[in-house]
Design a protein around this ligand. Structure first.
Ligand code: HEM
Length: 459
């Protein structure tokens, strides 16, 4: 195709993936070959693009030619109908049904159950405080987001902090277990035709018994709700209502399988991404105490002791700047991807049908052409005076265009409620255990390999 690329070996570029991880590989590729290069994802050829103008064309201007993502791994039957997996018209229809379940009104209604999960987080953290020791915060943040997902998606009160062995928590974690899925991911990278075969055989990257557990949870909830459903405000109910409203308006609504697939996908999409964002935000403000102090003062002056909710967190401008900057330095998703559905040309480069496009988010968010002093944590980049200078296609923690993250509002709300409540109660302090520049894990999401260790003091 005339794009620069290293010569792949029999294993494609698998050795580089294994040695450097996705982030390390993307940084090296961009440094060596520039903003457009060719890679082999296993044996799947793909273009690695971090040119903002091209990204804009692919994600927005020519969206109709790049509607779908590439599927690198097979999915068990129950996940095939999730909005992230369906394609073309089916995706368009499903997205239109799901989007209203994340409306402002629905988010407002979910606040009290999020506050409840946050109260538990505060209690648990308070019980762990030791003036001489740092606390590892990652699992606490995970338990909080899992509680939020169980409550907002299924209306379940699971209290993961105190019942880490509850079936919901255990099975949800198993569905996200990267080492379980790694073998299948690598196999499909090497032999792409296997994706369809495993797909057909209903062998995916989710353990079967965990998949079955969730099928039962949803079936049970759907049965329980047949009798009385009016007062529930979780996603399962909202999707069921959407199903009813749509079929009354001559749409077909969502089938039970679609409701199931999407409820389960919300766990996968929301759990790690949100807990990592909370943990990285705490990390960043601990190593920048002046930022933490200003955030605390803002919370005190705008909210005082009041609980955060959908409306009052909007007043916290500085907090928003901090979280945006954290997501620039540590975007949980390592790469975005799209697949061309026809031959086309992007900024003069011919792209054949079925070509996979990958966007290296971490590299893009630290590209010195788009960011001044990219390695520095500086929330001022996102101040009202400065943020117009940011190229929106060089900053995409939630993706871009019509197929961006549908859960942005929820993700921001859950993150902000956690940070506000935590800062109302605690101070976070760097210790010798804190890695100022955290070493990042090589697989899956952008994640601190050794965890987030901070000292915590009650206010
Ligand atoms: C900080 C937290 C989160 C981050 C950083 C994040 C990031 C992303 C990214 C990068 C994408 C791909 C977008 C693209 O390809 O352009 C995505 C897609 C998606 N996210 Fe999120 N996400 C977060 C939280 C959530 C939550 C809480 C939910 C739902 C409960 C959610 C649901 C989804 C769904 C359904 C998609 C697929 C959309 C589609 O294909 O139409 N996400 N997210």
């Amino acid at each position: 195709m005339g794009v620069p690329a290293p010569k792949p070996g029999f294993l494609g570029m698998l050795p580089l993936y294994a040695k450097k991880g996705i982030i390390g590989m993307d940084l090296e590729m961009t440094e060596k070959y520039g903003r457009v290069s060719g890679i082999f994802h296993g044996r799947i050829p793909a273009l690695l693009i971090s040119d903002a103008e091209m990204i804009k064309q692919i994600f927005v201007e020519d969206f109709s030619k790049f509607v779908n993502r590439n599927r690198f791994v097979p999915s068990v039957n129950m996940m095939k109908k999730a909005v992230s997996n369906v394609e073309n018209e089916e995706w368009k229809y499903m997205r239109s049904i799901i989007t209203p379940t994340f409306s402002s009104a629905k988010m407002r209604e979910m606040c009290s159950s999020i506050n409840l999960c946050c109260d538990r987080l505060v209690k648990k953290l308070a019980s762990k405080i030791d003036p001489d020791k740092a606390i590892k915060l990652d699992e606490l943040c995970q338990s909080y987001t899992m509680d939020v997902i169980a409550a907002t998606s299924f209306g379940l009160d699971i209290d993961s902090h105190n019942n880490p062995d509850n079936s919901f928590f255990k099975n949800a974690k198993r569905t996200l277990n990267f080492s379980f899925s790694l073998n299948i991911i690598v196999l499909c990278m090497m032999f792409p035709f296997l994706t369809d075969i495993l797909d057909y055989l209903n062998i995916g990257h989710i353990p079967k018994d965990s998949a079955e557990y969730f099928i039962n949870v949803v079936n049970q909830a759907l049965d329980d709700r047949k009798a009385d459903s009016s007062t529930r405000r979780d996603f399962l109910q909202l999707m069921m209502n959407a199903q009813k409203e749509n079929s009354e308006n001559s749409g077909r609504g969502l089938t039970k399988d679609e409701v199931l697939a999407n409820s389960l996908f919300f766990i996968m999409a929301g759990f790690d991404t949100t807990s990592l964002t909370i943990a990285f935000t705490l990390h960043c403000i601990a190593i920048h105490p002046e930022v933490q102090e200003r955030a605390f003062r803002e919370i005190q002056s705008k909210l005082g002791e009041r609980k955060p909710n959908y409306d009052n967190v909007k007043e916290l401008e500085y907090l928003d700047m901090i979280i945006s900057e954290t997501l620039r330095l540590y975007p949980p998703a390592t790469r975005l991807n799209r697949r061309a559905n026809c031959d086309t040309t992007v900024k003069g480069l011919f792209i054949p049908k079925s070509m996979v496009i990958m966007i290296p988010l971490y590299t893009l968010h630290r590209d010195p052409e788009y960011w001044i002093d990219p390695e520095d944590f500086n929330p001022e980049r996102f101040s009202p005076e400065n943020k117009h200078t940011i190229n929106p296609y060089a900053y995409m923690p939630f993706g871009a265009g019509p197929r961006n993250c549908v859960g942005i509002r929820l993700a921001n709300l859950v993150t902000k409620i956690a940070i506000v409540t935590l800062l109302q109660n605690f101070q976070f302090i760097q210790t010798p255990e804190t890695e100022v520049k955290p070493k990042l894990a090589t697989g899956g999401f952008v994640r601190p390999q050794n965890g987030t260790w901070l000292q915590v003091r009650s206010r």
